[in-house]
Write a protein that binds this ligand. Structure first.
Ligand code: HSE
Length: 441
């Protein structure tokens, strides 16, 4: 029987989880694949540290280079996170012709293009199923299951921490800061939770999906990112009264038309922001730490993937899937049987957020006196922005009242300009709140 000798760099939650999962199901996988899977070395920072998953001392080393260079290791797993040492590990492994499995979305987001090129140049492969949405095999879906489709839309709830916080805020009418504190106590959110709640983790994942779907590596700086810090209990409540649930969405939308002057390629919206999702849409009912991704293909139509996006076991399951691919590649002697990333659209471009068109929810705090609404609607009218409904919910906020306007399709640039003018009206007492509404068209 063929054998894969895996060297794992990182003995923490992910590395330990992979070690445990191989111990549990390695035999089953061997029967299915005809390849024996063994962990032969594990590189850690501190040999003496107590780990959640016990790894035999004989396998441990503190020297990741010697692990990668070890002739007995024919596949490397990088599970340390971060972008500096992790990048070095991958490049070093490729330079030795060894393929790598990683779960590192930040690394791929920042250095994907370089790493895929290095893997290919050295006849190695890079497997990264665990980098997006944990246990959901979404990379396989895009690269294999739906390979015959153009991807017109991808909508993802890809950050479990944010989804947990927003779900509880809605269910309990709780404030953001209180639920965040709880999420930290439960270990869902990091002590420094910015990567999750400011949308960066979701942006890494959304960028990877967009790149795979559209064949050019999306520059993370071009992804428009808004997190959930500014989503208030009040907005969740008002949106709920109108039949919407607020979700942090990763959105990848292919425009139907190319920009003026370009006959070739219509740009792609790649963004992360909290959006109002109609309660009738299936993504509105994805709650707690779960992830879900809707992929629309031009041949297949809408498809939906749901599961645990984070945690030791979900991540380990995705790594096992990569391990199976790597095992078959090694068995067949074909390192790029399924290439990690094929840059097939060199002229690809990301739509600037200012050009993105959508409907909106706008909440204003205004003085409750005649003429206020007329002054606001006049500004929207002059900007040729249509209003689909206006509500003044019960209740006051000091000397002002809330005013909710639902806005027809407008560009982000036009709406932002109009709101800047509205903010200057004497009757408007707080900066306007704007959230995009997702119609899933
Ligand atoms: N922190 C992420 C989440 C999991 O909450 O979904 C790792 O990407």
């Amino acid at each position: 029987m063929h054998r894969v000798n895996l060297g794992i760099v990182g003995g923490g939650t992910v590395g330990g989880g992979v070690f445990q999962a191989i111990a549990r199901n390695g035999g089953l996988m061997a029967s299915r694949l005809g390849v024996e899977l063994r962990v032969v070395r594990v590189a850690v920072q501190d040999l003496a540290k107590t780990r959640p998953v016990r790894i035999p001392a004989a396998l441990l080393t503190t020297d990741w280079r010697s692990l990668v260079d070890d002739p007995a290791v024919n596949l490397v797993g990088e599970f340390i996170g971060g972008t500096t040492t992790a990048r070095e590990i991958l490049l070093h492994a490729f330079s030795r012709g060894k393929s790598v499995i990683t779960a590192n979305k930040a690394l791929l987001s920042a250095h994907g293009e370089e790493l895929f090129a290095a893997a290919q140049a050295n006849g190695a492969n890079l497997y990264y199923e665990a980098s997006v949405a944990g246990g959901i095999p979404i990379v396989k879906v895009l690269r294999e299951g739906l390979i015959g489709n153009q991807f017109t839309r991808i909508y993802g709830i890809v950050n479990g921490t944010c989804n947990y916080i927003l779900s509880r805020m809605k269910l309990e009418g709780a404030e953001f800061a209180d639920v965040l504190a709880d999420a930290q106590k439960l270990g869902y959110a990091e002590a420094e939770p910015s990567l999750d709640i400011d949308g960066h983790d979701a942006a890494h994942k959304t960028g990877i999906l967009a790149s795979l779907a559209h064949g050019f590596w999306v520059n993370p700086k071009e992804i428009y990112v808004e997190g959930i810090r500014s989503v208030s209990r009040k907005d969740i409540q008002f949106a709920g009264q109108m039949g919407y649930t607020i979700k942090l969405l990763g959105i990848v939308k292919k425009s139907t038309t190319a920009p003026a002057g370009s006959k070739r390629f219509a740009p792609v919206q790649v963004s992360v922001y909290p959006a109002l999702v109609p309660n009738t849409h299936v993504l509105a009912s994805v709650n707690g730490v779960f992830n879900a991704i809707l992929v629309r293909g031009d041949v297949v139509g809408d498809t939906l993937y749901y599961g645990r996006g984070a945690g030791q076991d979900a991540t380990a399951s995705a790594v096992l899937s990569d391990l199976a691919d790597a095992a078959l590649d090694l068995k067949c002697g074909i390192q790029n049987r399924v290439p990690p990333f094929v840059p097939h659209e060199r002229a690809g471009a990301v739509t600037p957020i200012g050009d993105v068109v959508s409907p909106y929810y706008v909440r204003l705090s205004v003085v409750d006196k005649p003429g206020t609404l007329a002054a606001i609607t006049a500004i929207f009218g002059r900007a040729k922005i249509g209003i689909s409904s206006v509500r003044q919910p019960e209740g006051t906020e000091g000397d002002s009242v809330p005013l909710i306007l639902m806005i027809h399709d407008a560009t982000n640039a036009d709406l932002t300009k109009a709101l800047a003018k509205i903010a200057k009206l004497a009757a408007v007492k707080a900066p306007p709140i704007m959230l995009r509404v997702e119609s899933f068209e």
